[in-house]
Ligand binder design. Structure first.
Ligand SMILES: NC(=O)c1ccc[n+]([C@@H]2O[C@H](COP(=O)([O-])OP(=O)(O)OC[C@H]3O[C@@H](n4cnc5c(N)ncnc54)[C@H](OP(=O)(O)O)[C@@H]3O)[C@@H](O)[C@H]2O)c1
Length: 251
């Protein structure tokens, strides 16, 4: 079932967001992607520009207060309509514990994973709210949380803390929006092989060892399939929380 003609993806320049953007186009939807790497956004939009534009994008930091609004506005400008699904993929990791992680990264982590997400959630709720009251079409807000936002991790508690907080906000917004034709969904992936690990400063030798013990790890497309499963349910059905891990991942 195709519920969404236009899908917005915050953090669409790599990993899960990028894979989702590609599959959305393959499935016949149009997409609006965001991220800081303008070269990637421009190249993606260029690839899908003819015969009619199927992709547009916004170069922006996800913690900017106008991030989500710019995405909606760009969609209106390019497609003459706004998205009915917003998938919040923008986020980053940080390796280490309270005592071992790089303290100079803490503020940026909180700014993107938490404050930025809060601002995007509010903007989406505001944008979806007026039309959701009258329309029979369902709206979707899908947020990528994490397994370490559900199960306390000895290895990754600082990043995990941002996801614990995010999970709480997502469930709260789900309750608030449930009467307004808007489904708010949490996806909680375990290990997914993307740029996430190198950008979070993981020890890649250790990561490969872990994959030998507990892998194969997920590919971005595995998570994307779970997202589509949510987006394509009939409007009266809401799968509101999916935890998806590699079969051999222990915690
Ligand atoms: N990979 C995993 O094992 C894993 C597991 C559980 C949850 N997750 C979550 O899944 C989500 C996507 O991660 P991924 O694995 O796909 O990693 P990724 O390949 O590194 O992608 C992260 C995306 O977020 C964007 N982003 C990061 N910081 C941003 C900022 N300040 N402003 C705007 N965009 C920003 C990046 O775009 P730019 O750099 O171009 O800005 C990129 O598009 C994240 O929320 C992550 O926490 C990942």
């Amino acid at each position: 079932m195709k519920n969404h003609d236009i899908v917005a993806i915050s953090g669409g320049t790599s990993g899960i967001g990028r894979s989702l953007a590609e599959s959305a186009i393959e499935r016949g939807s149009r997409v609006v992607v965001s991220g800081r790497r303008g070269d990637r956004i421009h190249a993606f939009c260029e690839t899908h520009s003819t015969p009619v534009p199927r992709a547009c994008g916004v170069v922006s930091d996800a913690s900017d207060s106008d991030h989500a609004n710019r995405i909606f506005d760009e969609s209106q400008r390019t497609f003459g309509a706004t998205p009915t699904a917003y998938v919040l993929c923008a986020g980053r990791g940080l390796s280490g514990t309270i005592t071992t992680s790089d303290e100079t990264q803490w503020e940026e982590l909180l700014r993107v994973n938490l404050l930025g997400a809060m601002r995007q959630l509010r903007a989406c709720a505001e944008r979806f709210n007026p039309s959701a009251k009258t329309s029979t079409q369902v709206r979707d807000i899908v947020v990528i949380g994490s397994t370490v936002g559900r199960v306390i991790s000895a290895a990754n508690p600082v990043y995990g803390a941002t996801k614990f907080a995010l999970h709480s906000l997502v469930e709260s917004l789900r309750q608030e929006m449930s009467s307004r034709n808007t489904r708010v969904t949490l996806i909680e992936p375990g290990f997914v092989k993307t740029e996430f690990q190198t950008r979070a400063g993981y020890d890649m030798e250790r990561f490969s060892q872990m994959e030998q013990e507990q892998g194969p790890f997920l590919a971005a497309v595995d998570v994307v399939e779970a997202i589509w499963f949510v987006l394509e349910r009939p409007p009266h059905v809401h799968i509101d929380d999916i935890r998806i891990r590699p079969t051999r991942q222990r915690v």
